[in-house]
Design a binder for this molecule. Sequence first.
Ligand code: GLC
Length: 787
Amino acid sequence: MFGKIINYKIENNKLFINFEKRAGIIDIINPYVVNIFSALKYNDHYSRAIDNLKYEQCAVYFEQHNDYLELSTSELIVKVSDNFKVDFFNKYGEVLCEDYRNQREPFIRRGDSFLFEQEGHKAQEDSCFHKIEVIKKMYNDEKFYGLGEKTGHLNKKGYEYTMWNTDDGSPHVESHKTLYKSIPFFITLRENSAYGIFFDNTFKTYFDMGKENSNYYYFGADDGNLDYYFIAGPELDKVVTRYTDLTGTTPLPQMWSLGYQQSRYTYDSKERLMEIANNFREKDIPCDVLHLDIDYMDDFKVFTWDENKFPNPKEITKELSNNGFKVVTIIDPGVKKSKGYSIFDQGIENGYFATDKDGITYINKVWPGDSAFPDFTDSQVRDWWGDNQKLMIDSGVSGIWNDMNEPASFNGPLPDDVQFKNDGRPAAHKEVHNVYGHLMAKATFDGYKKHTGKRPFVITRACYAGSQKYATAWTGDNQSSWDHLRMAVPMLLNLGLSGMAFTGTDVGGFVSDTNAELLSRWVQVGCFSPLFRNHSAVVTRDQEPWAFDENTLNIYRKYVKLRYKLLPYLYDLMKQCESSGLPPMRPLVLHYTNDKNVHELNDEFLFGENILVAPIVEQGKNFRAVYLPEGNWIDYWTGETIKGMQHIIKKAELDTCPIYIKQGSIIPNYPELNYIGEKVISDLVLDVYPGDGEYTHYQDDGSSYNYKDGEFNLYKFTMTNDKNLVIKLETPHTGYKNHYKNFKLMINDKNINKVVFDNEEMSYIPTATGVEVTLPAVEGETTIQIH
Ligand code: GLC
């Protein structure tokens, strides 16, 4: 495709190479990140994922060799040879990633599929060749992670996927190649060394992770540029951080959006909504958010209310707000084709909708029937859509749920040639399909921010790389089945490694009827998913926490309460995520990369660095094997300390989700709350697991952007466990006036006989697991004598 190297030149940190047939560029972004580019369609990157490509000044060395050109930074060596073959080495000259030198050799499919198809099977398609293909040598020990929202296991080796946002109503199984999101980014890990590749191409892209041939893996695209970033580690977490440096991190959300959320397709009247709200309070289950699905609208017209079902929406949201509930409403892209409906009229008048190739408004069928599709690729349309959010905000709505934005229609995906303005670079649907939902979320985010001044709460179903900047996401229409609960864990973990840190699944499952046991186990995973929402489809059986028996209700309550208890810890994780890109829900391989036992753990995860969760995801099971990595771990329920680097068997009846705390952890806890903001928390509980450790707790107003101007507090705890247990508190930042008065330390050790804070002996109260001691929330040192 490229031919031999003819000549080259170096400008700044870029190496421009002319090959016989085309040109290529190697661009050093920083010592760890290199862009590989060939202008097969456009001369520039034209990225929808990277807002502002930041270069870091760094030394770059160049050498010309007989059969290759070499660029190096302090961390990486890049060698380029004929045919634009690019190989990457670490600074010691060890190979990290090599282009495969041979042609692809797909396996062959034998036989005639005719009778097989007559029986009702769908025959597998032959392997396709793509306009753009990058083929990389694959090593035996190579593992793959990331690729956004895909079915299957944590390790993506041996799978093939397509990036083409798809609303697929059939039960999602391991062989599904497409789902709602397209995040063309993956991480490979071998011999304790990780790197990532981000293929920034919005056309339909393809990823074969060694399925067709175990000698190589490849990625390809139907069109667009050859434009990928090589992101070096060698640490896995650094790859995630460097990827989110490029595409953006998840901004700190409003705290209530981390609370429990109840949804249903559909709560279709004010009475039903109020009944749900009251049930939460009566049954003592914390809840912050109620969702309204499509039936709240007048004839499915977006930005309207059906005032028969929901008379005076402003009063309804007010009444709910008085009881501590926020309301989130669904907004789909499809605008009902109906003259006299202001949104449709404005769209037509201003040319805001996508058109067919003759410039006529493109119409397809969704919930409202014939509908037009706003052209979110155009900034004017995004601004208009953003301003429309005000209609919802003025009704007292606190968050917006964007659905069907793959874009989906009742007739499948839109035709390839539907036309979009694409911010002055007109494009057909096939080019912008994968960023349609991403740009809808951006429009919603920007509008919400503009009209509230608060941190937006936007949920989106469709995503592209970088959507984390605008929205949280859920994994679409899952099934109420055990295999979907099982799949939820690796799916959320891989989303997190792909930048999407604020995600969750429909707790209980969306399609089909859930059951008491499944719901009880699902809430145990939901409790640790950043987005914690129960949602189910129309005509499925009730799925609210009280829809089954007393036992289910009690289990449900236990885990929702646990979530609220852990909220300040989760909020800390979201704050860290804003700067590091690391998701709250993490595969063990992120922190224990050198431990081979965790490379393929599909049913365990870390909730931050301090909590390990090993949920039960199988029917009828009341025990499981749990792998504990290096260090000592404390069983959250029994207090037993267990040595790591071993598999243990944990008994776990239906009400028990195995949870382990890393020794040396300090975990901030909230008191019991029905909803965020119910009480002013002046005394923060700290759940202390004696050992050596450090923890920084973050505090702000939980909703505004004032923290960006310094209105936040940091409380840094350093704990050492030598002769005595010593906990030192520093307050490196004190900008938020409502700081805590006291910290209530719950020290998980029963052998304490003296507590001294800054030379003053403190009283303490024995508890079931140790002692409770209240200390002023000021800098100082606490010495705890343990006999
Ligand atoms: C889609 C969504 C689902 C929603 C339904 C009705 O199927 O994925 O969550 O309830 O549409 O709006």
